[in-house]
Structures are given as structure tokens and as C-alpha cells.
Write a protein that binds this ligand. Structure first.
Ligand code: PLP
Length: 408
């Protein structure tokens, strides 16, 4: 690798465990597992995208928007109808008062909102805290910003993954610029409790840090209450809330997201977004504006996902995995250790051949070589955002693992 190719991209690759010692870049474990699943005919419970599209009337609204000529650059901040729909949504669900003109920015998915926020607000010398495990783009964006990534573990308990409050206390200092929260949490499926969020809020107020919260699974909870941290006392003024339509409406390829918060912070993010993409998804914006006023579709999706979660959890348990039942998201984390698999990465590389199912090792969501990666080494993330028929088949296949025990 010649030096002219050095740059921040290498930091992003290193932060996500992809930079090899010789300077070349490995493919992500997501791509590797998807390719392996395709090659072996395995059921792909690795990558988290639905195998059924969202509501037909929302699709029809996007098609109508194209036909009606919504095909040129929309306003950089997003069309007023969508910004207003985001504000109505936040008020209706959470009682948050958001000014659609100055406090909302429409983005190219939550991914761009996260990248633009981190690039806008953090740089060299700043620390950005995330939970660990974490969504991979969080670590990559922190690296692209040149900031330092500090993590606070989520600890597996019998019923849920819980925030390590002592580690949070120790991690948040006057060097902390941003505390990046993700609830409901990918990959663990945990939904942070009000008490955990209060602890994060107190640490943010104490240190002067800004909170950034990734709430893309806000509507996909199964009994647990999702609490936006912006609703806690004194937090709206120091929180940027990020979400997106992809998970809520089963249109992950549309890439319409948003960020809202205090006007000065949103202005900072908009300034970066302006030079990343300028504007986002013209015909999808009116369709999502319409979708956001309809709470029935997300409620139906959550009910159906709860049943699919139960199906996969029961199947994993009877196959012999240790399972922490997820309270939200598309995902369940299963422990291969009771089956004799101590290395989740190795298990994921062999599982497609062994029984015809693909998953993602939880270590892929940890800092390379971190203590949390070691603690969670035997855990694998599976998605249940697949048809019931696919999950029934997957559960049947996973059931063979116990029989293979001792022979593999
Ligand atoms: C899927 C996902 C995203 C990305 O959302 P897009 O709107 O598709 O960009 C962000 N954060 C988490 C935790 C996710 O699971």
C-alpha cells in the first residue's frame, strides 16, 4: 500500500476491525456472511433487512411523487411537509415540542444524520462515547472525524443487557464531547431503562457533553417502553435525536432519516450535510411525510415482529443456545458457549455449512481486541425480520446443532 493512499479512511477501517496489518482492507463480516450464505444456500439471518416491503399505500405515494414531478433537488433541510410530519410525530408520541423550520433536518437515512452530526461536532482531541457493542457506522464516523472513541459496556444479564453505570461514570470526563446513545439497541436488543437514561443525562450535564441518540428502532419494542432521552428534564437543550423511516416502515432502501434538536446544533449538522449530499430522496420525502402520520403500520409491524422474535428465541433455546430475550429491534443475541462454541466468529464461519443458517458474531460490533469483545466472544446476532416460514425452517435447521455436538 503506497503512502499516497493513507488517510482517514484507514482510521475508519481500523476502527471497524477491517484494516489488515499489510494495509489492505478486509470485507465486512456482513458481506462475508451474506456471500457465504449465498454460496452454501444457507438462510441468511445475518444482515438485518425485512424480506417483505412496507405498506402499499406508501409505495404508491412515492410512485405518485415521481409521476407528479418531485424529481429535482428538494430543499437541503428537507421538504416542509416532512419536517412538519417529524415534528408532529415527536409531539404525538413523546410530547416533544420541535420547530419544523429551525430544529429538524432531513437526511439520507440515519447513517448520514449520524455521520454529519459527528463530523460537525467532534474532532481531534475530543472523546465520543458509545455503548459497546455498537453499530459499526458509529465507530467509523468517529474515526473519520479524527475523534477518540471511548466505550461503555452493555453487560449481559439473564433478562436483558444492562448499561455498566460505573463504567459510564468513569468514561465521561471534560474531554467528552458527545455521548452517542442507541436505544432500542442494535445488536443486543436492549431498551435502555429510564434509570439508565437518567444516569447518561446526569453524566452529560455534569461534563457539558452533547447527547446524540440513535432511535431508528423506536417503534419496534416488545413490551418495554422506549424513552427518548430528549424527554428527560433539561435534556432537550443538549440532545440531537436521530431516527429514520427505514426500520419503522420496512423501506430500508429508501434512506430517509432525520435529526432534530436545538436550532444551533441542527444548523451545525445541516452545514455538514450540505456538503455531503446537499439534499435527500425527493420523491420519498412526501411518501414518508404521509407514512409518519399513520401509527397503525408500525404498530402492526411491532406485533408481528414480537411473534417472530418469540419463534426464533424458542428455537435458539431448544437448540441449546443461551439467549437474552431482546426487548426491541430486529435482533436476538445467542450464546454458543453452552453448545461448546466459544468463538462466535468461528461458529458463524461454520454455521452455514453445518446447518444452513448464517448469523453475525457480536464481536463485529465491538472495538477490535476490546475487553467487551472478549466477554461477548461466544455470542452471535441473528435477525428475526424474516418471514415466519423462513424462521420456522431456520429453527428446524438450528435444532440439528445439538445432535452434531461432540462431532464438530
Ligand atoms: C439500520 C440502522 C441504522 C441505519 O439507518 P438508515 O436510515 O438505513 O441509514 C442506524 N443505526 C442503527 C442502530 C441501525 O440498526
Amino acid at each position: 500500500m503506497t503512502s499516497r493512499l493513507a488517510g482517514r479512511w484507514q482510521d475508519a477501517a481500523r476502527a471497524t476491525g477491517l484494516l489488515r496489518p499489510d494495509g489492505t482492507v478486509a470485507s465486512t463480516i456482513f458481506a462475508e456472511m451474506t456471500a457465504l450464505a449465498a454460496r452454501t444456500g444457507a438462510l441468511n439471518l445475518g444482515q438485518g433487512f425485512p424480506d417483505a416491503d412496507g405498506p402499499g399505500d406508501i409505495k404508491a405515494a412515492a410512485i405518485a411523487a415521481i409521476t407528479d414531478g418531485h424529481n429535482q433537488y428538494p430543499p437541503g433541510a428537507g421538504i416542509p411537509e416532512l419536517r412538519q410530519a417529524v415534528a408532529r410525530h415527536q409531539h404525538r408520541h413523546y410530547g416533544l415540542d420541535v420547530d419544523p423550520d429551525t430544529e429538524v433536518l432531513i437526511t439520507t437515512g440515519a447513517t448520514e444524520a449520524l455521520a454529519a452530526t459527528i463530523l460537525a461536532l467532534a474532532g481531534p482531541g475530543d472523546e465520543v462515547i458509545t455503548l459497546e457493542p455498537f453499530y459499526d457506522s458509529h465507530a467509523a464516523s468517529i474515526a473519520l472525524a479524527g475523534a477518540t472513541h471511548v466505550t461503555v459496556p452493555l453487560v449481559a444479564g439473564p433478562h436483558r443487557f444492562a448499561l455498566d453505570l460505573a463504567a459510564l461514570e468513569a468514561a465521561v470526563t471534560d474531554r467528552t464531547r458527545l455521548i452517542l446513545v442507541n436505544t432500542p439497541h442494535n445488536p443486543t436488543g436492549t431498551v435502555l431503562t429510564r434509570a439508565e437514561l437518567e444516569a447518561i443525562a446526569a453524566a452529560a450535564r455534569r461534563s457539558g457533553a452533547i447527547v446524540v441518540t440513535d432511535e431508528v428502532y423506536e417503534h419496534l419494542t416488545y413490551g418495554a417502553d422506549h424513552v427518548p432521552i430528549a424527554t428527560l428534564a433539561g435534556m432537550a437543550e443538549r440532545t440531537l435525536t436521530i431516527s429514520s423511516a427505514g426500520k419503522t416502515f420496512s423501506f430500508t432502501g429508501w434512506k430517509i432519516g432525520w435529526v432534530h434538536g436545538p436550532a444551533d446544533l441542527v444548523t451545525a449538522v445541516r452545514t455538514v450535510k450540505q456538503f455531503l449530499t446537499y439534499s435527500s430522496g425527493a420523491p420519498f420525502q412526501p411518501a414518508i411525510a404521509r407514512a409518519l402520520d399513520d401509527d397503525a403500520a408500525p404498530r402492526a409491524l411491532a406485533a408481528s415482529l414480537a411473534a417472530r422474535r418469540d419463534l426464533l428465541v424458542a428455537g435458539l433455546q431448544s437448540a441449546g443456545f443461551g439467549v437474552v430475550v431482546p426487548q426491541g429491534t430486529y435482533f436476538v443475541v445467542a450464546d454458543g458457549a453452552p453448545l461448546g462454541f466459544d468463538d462466535g466468529t468461528e461458529l458463524c464461519r461454520r454455521l452455514p455449512e453445518l446447518v444452513g443458517v448464517a448469523g453475525i458474531p457480536v464481536s463485529a460490533f465491538c472495538a477490535p481486541g476490546s475487553p467487551t469483545a472478549a466477554v461477548l466472544a461466544s455470542r452471535v446476532r441473528f435477525t428475526f425480520v424474516k418471514s415466519e416460514a423462513t424462521l420456522v425452517e431456520a429453527v428446524g435447521r438450528l435444532g440439528q446443532l445439538g445432535r452434531l455436538r461432540g462431532t464438530v
